[in-house]
Design a protein around this ligand. Structure first.
Ligand SMILES: C[S@@+](CC[C@H](N)C(=O)[O-])C[C@H]1O[C@@H](n2cnc3c(N)ncnc32)[C@H](O)[C@@H]1O
Length: 234
């Protein structure tokens, strides 16, 4: 396994059970829906993963573009959502050819931590070009410096206890401890950003950003930012 995209394309154990996986995508979908500005909005989910609740998101907007780099995951998205005319599935490369200023809301949740600096800047440039002048980018699940695995484990256990899958979570965590995830996390690492760092990176890409009161998903130790395109300097 060479990188995080390969990991997400494999039969990984990041979700401890089917219930955890389904709840994860339901919570993310509800949070995305809360940012949709109007029922006819064009929404882009950048590196959406399995997006199991994307049907719900699509019901709340005019068009949902699911972009995913992992080819196996993308194949499943195409098969799953083929009958849904409000959903289009794309690779990240396809997004370079998307109509400029055609997207109302772009969401990139739990992705920046897996990217190199160059990949992150490229993603921001692609999204900046795709967004309408009044559009918004929601960048979720950003890891702060000095917040590590223990905080993530505690957030998962609290989520599991609340939704009745604590036993599965404990078994799953033991499996994860022995898995590729832990090796990859120590080998490739995850990118962490302070609030000031992420704001500066977004500013360099032409966005003005503020931190949202709550993170997308169920890990309150991580941060979400809402960014709006700044008019290009003349
Ligand atoms: C934790 S999942 C998040 C999926 C979804 N956005 C969510 O919130 O559930 C991480 C996603 O990032 C993608 N990914 C991993 N490394 C990446 C990279 N270097 N560039 C772009 N996407 C990447 C994976 O394919 C996967 O879809």
């Amino acid at each position: 396994m060479d990188n995080w995209i390969d990991y997400y394309d494999s039969t990984h154990t990041i979700y401890v059970s089917r219930r955890h996986r389904d709840l994860h995508f339901q919570v993310i979908a509800d949070d995305i829906i809360s940012y949709i500005p109007s029922p006819d909005a064009v929404v882009l989910d950048y590196a959406c993963g399995e997006a199991l609740s994307a049907g719900r998101v699509a019901q709340a907007c005019g068009l949902l573009i699911l972009a995913e780099p992992a080819p196996g995951v993308r194949g499943r998205l195409i098969a799953r959502f083929a009958p849904n005319l409000r959903i289009k599935v794309r690779s990240l490369d396809d997004l370079r050819h998307i109509d400029p200023q055609s997207v109302d809301l772009a969401v990139m949740n739990s992705v920046a931590q897996y990217m190199t600096a160059e990949e992150f800047d490229t993603a921001l440039a692609v999204i900046r070009r795709a967004l309408k002048p009044a559009g918004r980018l929601v960048l979720g699940d950003i890891l702060r410096p000095n917040v590590g695995l223990v905080t993530d484990v505690m957030a998962l256990l609290r989520f599991a206890r609340r939704h009745g899958f604590l036993k599965d979570a404990l078994v799953g965590l033991a499996a994860t401890a022995l898995s590729d995830y832990r090796q990859l996390r120590s080998h490739f690492g995850l990118q962490h950003f302070s609030e000031a760092e992420i704001t500066a990176r977004l500013a360099a890409a032409g966005f003005s950003a503020t931190r949202a009161p709550a993170n997308i998903g169920y890990n309150p130790a991580r941060m979400t930012f809402v960014a709006t395109p700044q008019p290009a300097a003349r």
